[in-house]
Write a protein that binds this ligand. Sequence first.
Ligand code: UTP
Length: 293
Amino acid sequence: MYKRVRKAVIPAAGLGTRFLPATKALAKEMLPIVDIPTLDYQVNEAVRAGVEEIILIISKAKEDIKKHFSREEEYENYLLSKGKVEEANIIKEIATRAKITYVYQNEMLGLGHAILCTKEAVGNEPFIVILGDDLIINEGGDNVSTQMVKVYNETGASVIGCQEVLPENVSKYGIMALKSELKDRKALLSDMVEKPALEVAPSRLACLGRYLLTPGIFDELENTKPGKGGEIQLTDAIKTLAQKEDVYVYDFIGRRYDVGDKYGFVEATIDFALKRDDMRDKVLNHIKELLNK
Ligand code: UTP
């Protein structure tokens, strides 16, 4: 039996420059897909995967996130006094469904640095990393974090969540080199190449916002030299970890939206609205009207 995955880390300290001006005063992870902030989806995903504690990485500039997850009984009581029982339950559940703790990243030195800031909070146990702007939905099946926890429970090793991307998108992602072909959607990692040209890419499997890491990653992060822009890259630390212990690549099942990107955000908004009974017909009618113009 391997140590259980009890903790999730959600990095949400980044500046969100792709989404300015909205992100000047608002955390991009709080931008709602219809009426639910992206971060709520990530927290739900972690809870459903069996996680007990969620460590949110934020910065001083992003403390609106803390307000969202704090319990406000006065507000709940006000809603109840107005007969808004469902709304009161919604805001209560947000604040009580999991233990949420905060770690501050005071300098924006990249994702690897953000994860390193959680070393003490995570301790000596495996943890799952859920990127604040990658929304992954697997309707009717296990969510992506649950799928990755299952791979960890079988192997006791770190797992990198991936999917095949279109040839024209290979140069935008960290791309995996595998030791063998995928079997049952997984294979051992041999190398990772950051944003390669298509001609030299070892595969089209891209790392898309989910990592399940053993605590050994912290030693690697501490020894990782800052790269481009002074940033400490998580990819570099995973590469060195893979030289010391098994690291699996896992081709997860689910539809991924990059909601930190304007187009990905609009895609998610339309798809999520179309899935809701209270919105589907209205949105479809609107789209039909647009197409007939
Ligand atoms: P991104 O690179 O997408 O976030 O990081 P960003 O830097 O905010 O984005 P742009 O390019 O400026 O628009 C993926 C996730 O990692 C977090 C971000 O908040 C995001 O959820 N992150 C990134 C940190 O927590 N700290 C960092 O130093 C960098």
